[in-house]
Design a protein around this ligand. Structure first.
Ligand code: S3P
Length: 433
């Protein structure tokens, strides 16, 4: 088991750092999608600044196994496809990635052939019925353990019928799986969700020639495609969820400033920065360009932090809540997270992981079915169990800058942010063993 020991910053030491364009990893959601969607295009797609981390590399390997030609030149990946997936002669391993397995399940539901999707021991425990059930209803054959709820999943693509589907959860993974299947439907399909989840799939597919209309922010209409997608040509911006760990560092260490560049500024992805601002950190956002998505800078400066209550647009901060919990544990007053039951089915049960670990650090925490409350106080050094979850490991590593921390089981960090500990080591001493 890999362990990270983080030493606290020396008294009065602050952090002040401007990140160059590619120092923090590229966006994971967009990296997955760009290579998957390239498989459905006819011709050569070009992906620049693809995230080289385990989750996205697994997606790229799967795209190659499904028949695309993949070449790497300079900082670019060239993916040549004939617009369809071909049957692979092996199991397709998504590793730790929920996005990987659920989007591939949707994509393969319409393709000719038999496909097997699996993942690591954590992914094989996560619920898949949210995609297998609606996909079965529209004409694909999917099965897995527990009646199709657990991977390994078997898929036999079928003739997809159009659908009108109202999801009970705001999940971009479910939405994307259904959009991908709907491309091969026999008529226009409709998808509704309670609150808008990240919309990269809609934006990128529109850019590749798909007719996806917004009826409202939470309702879309997708027309089936009559010819393969146009190849994608994309430069992946920096991942705001990865960068957020350093944003929290900038917010909690007095007199600090973090300047993040080339950031994806989609509103469904930067809500956590707005919560930090509400808590008292100073945040400046500068839009610099727009292709598929707005891209620019976020500058975070420390401030006196006060408690906050969060119960809306949870899917906009689902990946950042563990790091926000660290800021909350140092804020004045009691912060509350509600309506966040989805956190229980992420890479770990993140409600339970945050609650257990913050308690170990001497913080008063209350656990709810759908969230937790955190009474701001003094963080104490502790031994942290990451539960194999990259975001739990990185959040408590940032807390280590304040009081020192030993984090167990940090291998998971490589799934999304392989450079994390190298960057952290610039600020304070880090020992990996
Ligand atoms: C993702 C969607 C989110 C998020 C995950 C990436 C995506 O999951 O937690 O890290 O790329 O679509 P849900 O949409 O299932 O909430």
């Amino acid at each position: 088991m890999k362990i990270a020991k983080i030493f606290p910053l020396m008294n009065d030491k602050n952090i002040n750092r401007k990140f160059a364009e590619t120092e923090i990893g590229s966006d994971k959601s967009i990296s997955h999608r760009s290579v998957m969607f390239a498989l459905l295009a006819n011709g050569e797609s070009v992906v620049e600044n693809f995230l080289e981390a385990e989750d996205t590399q697994n997606s790229l390997k799967i795209v190659e196994k499904l028949g695309a030609k993949v070449e790497r030149r300079d900082d670019k990946i060239f993916i040549t496809s004939e617009g369809r997936a071909k049957e692979a002669d092996d199991v397709l391993d998504c590793g730790n990635s929920g996005t990987g397995i659920r989007l591939f399940a949707g994509l393969l539901s319409s393709q000719k052939g038999a496909f097997f999707l699996t993942g690591d021991k954590y992914l094989r425990r996560r619920p898949m019925k949210r995609v297998t059930k609606p996909l079965k209803e529209i004409g694909a054959f999917l099965d897995g353990r527990e009646n199709g709820n657990l991977a390994p999943l078997f898929i036999r693509g079928g003739e997809i019928k159009s659908f009108d589907y109202t999801s009970s959860i705001s999940s971009a993974q479910v939405k994307s799986a259904l959009i991908l299947a709907s491309l091969y439907g026999n008529d226009i399909s409709r998808y509704r969700e309670p609150e808008l989840s990240r919309d990269h799939t809609e934006r990128m597919l529109r850019g590749m020639g798909v007719d996806i209309k917004n009826i409202s922010e939470t309702e879309i209409e997708i027309s089936p495609i009559t010819k393969p997608l146009q190849p994608i040509n994309i430069k992946v911006p920096t991942d705001p969820s990865s960068a957020f760990f350093f944003a929290v560092a900038g917010a909690i260490i007095p007199n600090s400033k973090i300047h993040l560049t080339n950031m994806l500024l989609n509103k469904t992805r930067i809500e956590a920065y707005k919560i930090l601002e509400k808590m008292g950190a100073k945040i400046e956002i500068i839009v610099r360009e727009s292709k598929y998505e707005e891209i620019g800078d976020i500058i975070i400066s420390s401030g006196e932090l006060k408690a906050v209550e969060v119960s809306e647009n949870i899917s906009w901060l689902i990946d950042e809540i563990p790091a926000l919990a660290i800021a909350m544990s140092l804020a004045n007053g009691t912060s509350v997270i509600k309506n966040a039951e989805e956190l229980r089915v992420k890479e770990s049960d993140r409600i339970s992981a945050v609650v257990k670990n913050l308690r170990n650090c001497g913080i008063k925490v209350e656990e709810f079915k759908d969230g937790f409350s955190v009474e701001g106080g003094k963080l104490l050094p502790a031994v942290i169990d990451s539960f194999g979850d990259h975001r739990i490991a990185m959040s408590f590593s940032i807390a280590g800058l304040i009081c020192g921390m030993k984090i167990e089981d940090v291998e998971g960090v490589n799934t999304s942010f392989p450079n994390f500990y190298n960057i952290l080591a610039e600020f304070s001493q880090v020992e990996l063993s």
